[in-house]
Design a protein. Sequence first.
Length: 563
Amino acid sequence: MKLTIDDLRALLVEKEYIQTKDFERAVTTAENQHAEIESYLVQNELIKDEQLGLVLAEHYAVPLVDLGNVKIDDAVLALIPEVVARSRGIIAFARDEKGLRIAMREPDDLEMLHLIEKRAGLPVTPYYVTFRDFEAALERYRASLSVSFEKILARLKDPLLGRDERDDAILELMDMLVQYGYQNKSSDIHVSPMARHVMVRFRIDGVLHDVLEMPKELLDPVVMRVKILSKMRTDEHRAAQDGKFRFNAKEEVIDVRVSIVPTTYGENIVMRLLSSKLRRFSLADLGFRDVDLGKVSRASESPHGMILVTGPTGSGKTTTVYAVLKILNTRDVHIATIEDPVEYDIEGATQIQVNPKTGLTFAKGLRSIVRQDPDIIMVGEIRDSETAGIAVNSAMTGHLVLSTLHANDSATTFPRLFDMGIEPFLIASTVTIVIAQRLVRKSCEKCRASYVLSEEEWEMIAEETFIKKFFEAKGFSAKSRPRGYKGSGCVVCADTGYSGRLGIFEVLEMNENIKQLILKRSTSDQITRASKEGGMTSMLEDGLEKVLLGLTTLEEVLRATKE
């Protein structure tokens, strides 16, 4: 039986897991957004997913299962059809001599339990599964679409295929590409013409993977279809074009940003998938340590000042900014943003899209935003002196400003601002915190195993003085080498040993010592030394700590932090 709001109130409020005012506000907002109340509570960090699961599992008097850490056999999964799984909130995840184990959203649904026992001919043991875990587990029903791709390609090669049928097949092919990319958590889809064929590749966890090889004669119709969807000029083949379209992925609507450029072998397509679901991370989800979370929280609670996030392209800066905005986005503040592009809709915020064709730049948009009576301003990126100057002045006049900047580390941010013509006293009085970051691939939780670093790996570490000192400070040596973790490769991680990404960070919190160095226009090395003396952990140190925790590998950290 589905839990009512009153049931949840009794379980969560009366037992003091959530405060009454927070729960009632969540109920109202979730109803207005037509969202599941449990999902809303977790997404807005009113309670952790696992904690909610334990409370409700205890209520139903059944165990809690984390399907994310269970390898489900395809034959077991198939015992319950996807349509039934979705409609009744139930998934079979294990079978042994004791019978069938099933994860249920409503473990007291006796009718369904008896039906499954009769269908499977086995005793059934119910487990409780949280809403978030259940939704993620449903993706396991998605079989590889490579077979479907091949069928469409075979149809397109048919010389007797009519024009309308050919157009339908091309459209179906594009739908599959985007759907398959979304399901595999791809950030980008590349359709790259080669000398004799066209290669389709997906960027997953920051790495490009070959997915499909198409015959060269299909390039033009695919390019034409993408141009029509993106509202580009179909008669232009010699100039670069940008556009976008929306794709309904059932679970949500995906914004697809498209770039087409002419190359030696034909027009090259890159489609960036902008999923709001993938932006709904908390700071803890991104990989921030508790001590750094405290620094970011203090900075975000300030009514004015600047929070800057730095790193190269593709390092997750925008995701971090959105995670902070998620904390700040309450009914009593007005958030205004200027972005290129707007990657995630923030409910209640005023969001402006940069448009160079109409003269709407970051600087001009920022000037307009200041007149919109905002409390919090987000600038997608500080690219020039004019934007930097307006952002700093906004922070000086009582606004909290969040933005991103291209810099190698946190301390390098200040010389970059000097170069943009910002006076040191303005930087020292406005910047409250600088977050520098990189992304590393996470070791696959399904197939990772621990091992002791080999002598060769230790010798490689010994060549890096800082890394050697780090491990020696932890008590490791050539005779007592540290333990690492690696994925051996499985179905979940596509035999890569990695699944998902997390950030490694260094968080520079402004203090009097740092301010004095800025006023003296000190070098980034001097600021870095002072920051570390004040307790800052470098990105490399943060990454090495995550290696010891088994979250990633030494190779990944070295790859991400190598200058």
